[in-house]
Ligand binder design. Structure first.
Ligand SMILES: Cc1cc2nc3c(=O)[nH]c(=O)nc-3n(C[C@H](O)[C@H](O)[C@H](O)COP(=O)(O)OP(=O)(O)OC[C@H]3O[C@@H](n4cnc5c(N)ncnc54)[C@H](O)[C@@H]3O)c2cc1C
Length: 476
């Protein structure tokens, strides 16, 4: 039997070990007959209706160790879930066990050392709320319900990235339960090979029970940039934005442009409902008053249709877009490609394609990837090369299952047509359904990092227990 076939064993003949696990856990072990099962199995992407045999709602490191040992010994297919937002659905599985960390969401911030300890199931909303008590923040994502776990382990792109880098660049250490059920600390000075690997290698090496991050003084008020331009002005605005970023300070290095359609929502003037637009968004990662003047040129790159720029609380900015992404009801396919620069020809190709989307819910964004991100060497972390400069993300979102094929086809065709502007690398948190398998994973890490990751995988997870992810297959 192959290793992977062993993991596909079903749960029906496991009554005794299941009972032993149930008794051992401080948290709960849910099965399909339990009342909470359906809400517990829900993940963000409504495309997936996965039905695990077991959901181990862990409540501490000892629970995680028991769950990992159970998974390895029984050979059940194993998923690890933090915020449940991975759009490929990797946070759950059919017929196997989900190691659900969502109850492990404690955050402790030390204002003296400016370090934050975050349990492995916390969301960025949990993190920001506690860190802002001390006027601190670490780069996270732009939606507060996303998990610290998945987002950090594969990168982490948020508003503060120009000044403070990727989320993973701010890691000081992790506590991780590897496939052998052993709890290890990984940092620059302890298990440094593993520390290198988790900074980009996703969930391939084990279950992180605790992250330790550097935090930085941010807020409580920040300057938020959000002029909304008409889609027909998008190319002009993108040129102006690109030229501005060439000499911009790191404080505004977390900008992006996002193509969207204004919803029929009373928050927007009624005459703008249904308008196809492009928002230029960012946060000044410094004093808000200074930011107000510094971002002004980006608010007049064309005549904006609306402008939501202004000073606001950092925690509010972090939750501003949450309403657009309700859990479990939308269907989604997120795909990305790093761009080789951002020249006029590229802009002229991207603008009309991004504006012409089959679903009004779909977003297309170009992310600036300069500043602090770029100053980290490609081999310093598993994440890989930092020379990309810009990233296109195609976030297809729709509601009706009957529209699945139309939206998937559109996103895949757009992505394929833009690949000639890149070296083929993708941001692995936006990797579609992982349908390219090893090819996209290898390209995205780069050959040298990939080989190092494969060797690490063989050392820490030789049977590929943790394989529901952007998988790195172990080879001895
Ligand atoms: C609405 C929305 C907004 C987003 N915005 C951003 C953004 O602004 N910036 C950005 O960079 N990305 C963003 N993303 C992408 C996001 O980073 C990924 O989807 C990420 O995987 C989500 O992490 P999660 O913990 O919520 O997901 P989960 O589905 O819970 O986890 C994803 C994978 O990560 C691994 N994992 C998670 N936690 C752990 C852990 N503690 N130990 C070991 N492995 C673990 C597992 O392999 C798991 O399969 C967004 C996604 C969505 C749906």
């Amino acid at each position: 039997m192959t290793v992977e076939a062993a993991h596909e064993r079903d749960a029906t003949d496991l009554a005794a070990p299941i009972e032993a696990l149930r008794t051992a856990l401080r948290g709960h072990l849910l099965q399909p007959t339990d009342a909470d099962y359906d809400s517990a199995r829900l993940i963000w992407n409504g495309m997936f209706d996965k039905k695990p045999a077991l959901i181990a709602r862990c409540n501490g490191t000892a629970d995680v160790i028991d769950a990992v040992n159970f998974a390895r010994e029984t050979g059940l297919l194993t998923a690890v879930r933090c915020g449940g937002h991975n759009s490929s659905g990797s946070g759950s599985c059919d017929g196997g066990i989900v190691i659900d960390l969502s109850a492990m969401n404690a955050v402790h911030v030390d204002p003296e050392t400016r370090c934050a300890r975050v349990q492995g199931g916390a969301t960025w909303g949990d993190f920001d709320r506690e860190a802002q008590v001390h006027g601190l923040a670490t780069p996270g994502g732009v939606v507060s319900a996303t998990g610290v776990g998945g987002l950090t382990l594969a990168g982490g792109l948020g508003w503060l990235r120009g000044k403070y880098g990727l989320s993973l660049d701010n890691l000081v250490s992790v506590d991780i339960v590897t496939a052998d059920g052993v709890l290890r600390t990984a940092s620059e000075s302890e298990n440094s090979d593993l520390f290198w690997g988790v900074r980009g290698g996703g969930g391939n090496f084990g279950v992180i029970t605790s992250f330790e991050f550097k935090a930085h003084p941010v807020g409580p008020m920040v300057m938020f940039l959000a002029p909304i331009y008409r889609a027909e002005d998008a190319a002009q605005v993108m040129r102006g934005w690109r030229d501005f970023m060439a000499t911009a300070r790191d404080e505004i290095g977390g900008t992006l442009v996002e193509f969207s359609t204004i919803p029929a929502d009373p928050e927007y003037p009624e005459e703008t409902w249904g308008a196809k637009v492009m928002t230029l968004a960012g946060v000044w990662a410094g004093p808000a008053d200074e930011g107000e003047a510094a971002v002004q040129p980006l608010r007049v790159l064309a005549d904006p249709l609306l402008d939501f720029s202004g000073q606001m609380a950092y925690c509010d900015v972090q939750q501003l877009f949450d309403g657009l992404f309700p859990k479990g009801v939308l269907r989604a396919y997120f795909k990305s490609v790093y761009l080789n620069g951002f020249d006029d020809a590229m802009i002229d190709e991207i603008a009309p394609r991004a504006a012409d989307r089959p679903s009004d819910r779909t977003l297309c964004s170009v992310w600036y990837m300069g500043g602090a991100i770029r100053r980290v060497a490609g081999d310093a972390t598993a994440f890989g090369d930092r020379d990309m400069g810009w990233m296109l993300s195609i976030d297809a979102i729709w509601e009706d299952p009957a529209d699945d094929q139309k939206n998937l086809d559109w996103a895949r065709a757009f992505w394929a047509d833009m690949k000639h502007h890149s070296n083929g690398r993708a941001y692995l948190n936006f990797a579609g359904l992982g349908e390219e398998g090893e090819e996209l994973v290898r390209t995205s890490y780069g050959a040298a990092n990939y080989e190092r990751l494969v060797a690490l995988k063989a050392k820490y997870d030789p049977t590929n227990l943790f394989r529901l992810n952007q998988n790195i297959k172990p080879r001895g």
